[in-house]
Each structure stands twice: as C-alpha cells, then as structure tokens.
Design a protein around this ligand. Structure first.
Ligand SMILES: [Zn+2]
Length: 448
C-alpha cells in the first residue's frame, strides 16, 4: 500500500522521469498514459521554459493528450528551483499521516467487501460512525485492524507457525482469537461492566462480527468511545504484560480508560469554545502605519481558472487597494488561495507598503506560511516564493480568519468573476463590496 501512495512533487523536475514516474497530482493515474515514449524527452525539467520557469505549454500539448496536458499545467512551479521530492499522495500536506492512511484503508475496504455482506447498512454505519468518533486515529486503526483479523494475537501467529502460545494471557480461559479480543474475553467483559457499557441481548446465531457491530451501533456516544478505548487499552496492556512483564491491574486500566475519555471530552469542549469565540470576532483594522490585506479566491472547478481578489485597508478601515486577477491553470482551491496570497505580496510591494498584515480564510495556506517546517504539498513552490517576496518588507504577519471576517475580499472575488473585471477597480468598488467594508468598520466600532 505504501508504494502505491508515493508521488513526486515537482521542484526543478530534474529527478523525475516523464514517462515512468508517478508525478501527476491526485489520487489516481499518477503516471502519464502513453502508448509510446517519445525519446528526446525524458525528464520533467525538459518540459519547462528555462528562462522564466514556466511550463512549455506547446511542447506539453504536443507530447500528451489534452487532459494530461491540463493536469501538468496545473502543477505550480516557480523560479525557486526546489529539489524534486517524494511525498505521500493521499494526504494534501504530503505527509504520511495515520489519518489519511486510515481513510484509504476504509475506502478500499468499503469498495471491496461491502457488497458481500447482508448486513451492509449496519457495517457502513459502523465504519462511518467510528470515523466521526472523537478518538485518536491510532485507536480507530486498532479497532479496524482487530475487526478485520489483522492484529498479531496468538491465533494469528500460530497460524503462521510463529508462536506456540494460544491461551489469552489476560483471562487464561480461552484461545486468544479475534472473536475473543472483540467481545468474549472475561477481562474485557469486566471492563465493560465497570464502565456501564451495555451490550444488548443478541441473537446467538449471529457471528461475532455482526454481534459486535450491532452492540456498537446501539451504544450511545460516550459508550462507543469506551468500547473503542477499551479494545485498544486491553491490547496495549496485554503487550506490556507479554513483552515487558508489566503486571496487569484492573483498577489501573479502568482509571486509565476513564481519564483518557475525560481528556478527550475536554479537548472537544475547548474546540467548541474557540469556534464560538471566532464566531463573535469582528474584522479588525490594522494599527497605524500598517496595511491589512484580505485575500480570497473564487475558484471555478472544471474551468481550470480562478478569480482572486486582494483588498487592502488602512487603520481607519478605508480601502486603499482593490484588485482582482484571473489565474489560469489552476485546478485546486489551495493553489488558487496560495496564488492569491502571492499576488497580494507582489502588488503591495509595488505600491511601496512596508508593513503588512495578510489575512485569508484558507487555513492550509496560512498554516504553511506561519509554520517553519518543510512543506511537501503541491503549493510548496508558491509558499517558497511568498517567503522570498517577504524579504522586501519591514514586517509581514499572516492571520487565519473564518470566512465571515473575510467577506469583503470574498465578495470582491465573486464580483470580479461575474463582471469579468481583472485589474484595479479604478472606478470604485462595487456596491456589494462597499457595504461589506462599511459593515466591517461598523462592527469594529461597536465591538464590546
Ligand atoms: Zn481473555
């Protein structure tokens, strides 16, 4: 699975073979579909114009079909000439994360297995519901692996002749099988009783998987978390016992599960509180001497272009620049947003602004700009360029805001798209944008 998930992120293109390597972004068909390899061209760097580091549009259209050409042209490249990089393609950030791995597993599983089961709907609810459950990914994955008989318990090891043991090391009453670890182990049953997890009476003719799914679906939210947590904790302590000889203690285990569940609840409450706080926020003018930029992109899927808007305001909330641009060869929202931010810096530098607060509603883009980590995503060349542009200013800071606080830039992007206006709005702002700008100022003045 891991090798299927590998993708080249294009930097200078020198390390990537045009015909053999997976380098087209997306979840599938990452290799160029070709019947014949066209010999003089072998590496991706040959598809770029050397002078300005753009794609050689004509050459690309000559070598591949139109769809593929559009996919290539939509890959951002920049003058920075970064190294090519191998990334994990199922995750937008390019990092292999447990979450994206899990998502791939689930999708594959649903596609390949569900049609065989008579309890389709219940299984689907089970998978999707656990997906929404507020527990760490590693725990979800453990439950998923256990459920699908992929955990290396004694029975699975014995089947591969890797182990002679067979009896559950916790209860010592029965063979350690998936069925045992998923519900019939006495230790697990004791845990569930202590946590008041209710297992409904179930038809004895059902197999253990069906039983588990039914019991799970009928449990309420907190009990579901207890079920998942206890399966994971039990396995964790079982391994501690076997590999490190750590004595198993029921009160300790119960305390651990309860504490863990409580912490998860607290994290969730804090998240809700901060979202609520954001909702009451108002747009905020910059301090005197600073300019605040709001940027946004209005992206039209299927057309490969986006309209981006940049709105600059001073400390009195007055609009000092309003510009829209059409960006071609974009098939990704993040790319469009990153391009908008890049344009904002280019524009304001030309205008001679020295101190900026740059505000956008794309969390991904803002995060990449504020974190000092190596970026592996598709917008890496653009982020790199933005960081380079930053050197032309005295001060630049980036802020993420939710969409309602970015409404002025958003409205400008939509107006630009409808009226097909690109460039500075010299004849004045559209009425819709002016109203949002006034509303922003009014709310700032009326804030508590
Ligand atoms: Zn047992």
């Amino acid at each position: 699975m891991i090798s299927d998930g590998i993708l080249w992120r294009v930097g200078n293109g020198a390390s990537i073979n045009i015909w053999n390597d997976p380098w087209l972004p997306g979840r599938e068909n990452n290799r160029i579909p070709v019947n014949e390899i066209k010999p003089p061209w072998s590496t991706v760097i040959q598809l770029m114009n050397e002078v300005d580091s753009t794609w050689n549009r004509e050459l690309i259209h000559n070598l591949v079909d139109d769809d593929t050409a559009n996919r290539i042209l939509a890959i951002p490249i920049s003058e920075s000439r970064l190294e090519d990089m191998l990334v994990w393609k199922f995750d937008g950030s390019g990092e292999y994360t447990v979450r994206s791995g899990y998502r791939v597993l689930i999708t594959d599983y649903l596609q390949s297995n569900l049609h065989m089961s008579s309890t389709n709907e219940e299984y689907k609810i089970f998978y999707m519901d656990r997906w929404a459950l507020h527990i760490p990914e590693k725990i979800k994955i453990h439950v998923w692996r256990l459920f699908n008989n992929m955990v290396p318990h004694y029975e699975n090891l014995a089947r591969r002749m890797l182990c002679g043991e067979a009896v559950c090391p916790l209860c010592k009453e029965d063979f350690e099988t998936t069925e045992h670890l998923l519900g019939s182990c006495r230790v697990l049953r004791t845990i569930w009783t202590s946590l008041q997890v209710q297992i409904p009476p179930l038809d004895a003719s059902l197999d253990y998987k069906d039983k588990f799914v039914k019991a799970y679906i009928e449990a309420e939210g907190r009990q579901k978390r207890f079920i998942a947590l206890s399966l994971w904790c039990l396995w964790f302590h079982r391994n501690k016992l076997i590999h490190e000889g750590t004595k198993f203690s029921m009160p300790h285990l119960l305390g651990f599960i309860r504490g863990y569940e409580r912490d998860l609840g607290l994290v969730r409450e804090n998240l809700c509180a901060s979202t609520a706080f954001m909702r009451n926020e108002v747009w905020r003018p910059p301090d005197y001497g600073f300019v605040k930029i709001n940027f946004d992109a209005s992206f039209i899927p299927g057309n490969n272009f986006a309209l981006i808007a940049i709105l600059a305001r001073n400390h009195k909330g007055e609009v000092i620049e309003a510009v829209t641009y059409l960006v071609e060869d974009v098939d990704d929202t993040f790319v469009a947003e990153a391009r908008a931010c890049e344009k904002a810096l280019i524009l304001t530098r030309l205008k001679g602004f020295r101190r900026l607060i740059v505000e956008g509603d794309s969390l991904t883009v803002i995060k990449k700009l504020t974190k000092n980590e190596e970026d592996r995503s598709i917008i890496r060349p653009i982020v790199h360029n933005i960081q380079r542009l930053r050197q032309g200013f005295d001060e630049v800071s980036y802020q993420f805001v939710n969409r309602s606080l970015n409404a002025a830039a958003h409205t400008l992007a939509v107006e630009g798209r409808h009226r097909k206006v690109c460039g500075a709005w010299v004849d004045g702002l559209p009425e819709t944008v002016r109203l949002v700008v006034e509303e922003d100022w009014l709310q700032w003045c009326q804030r508590i």
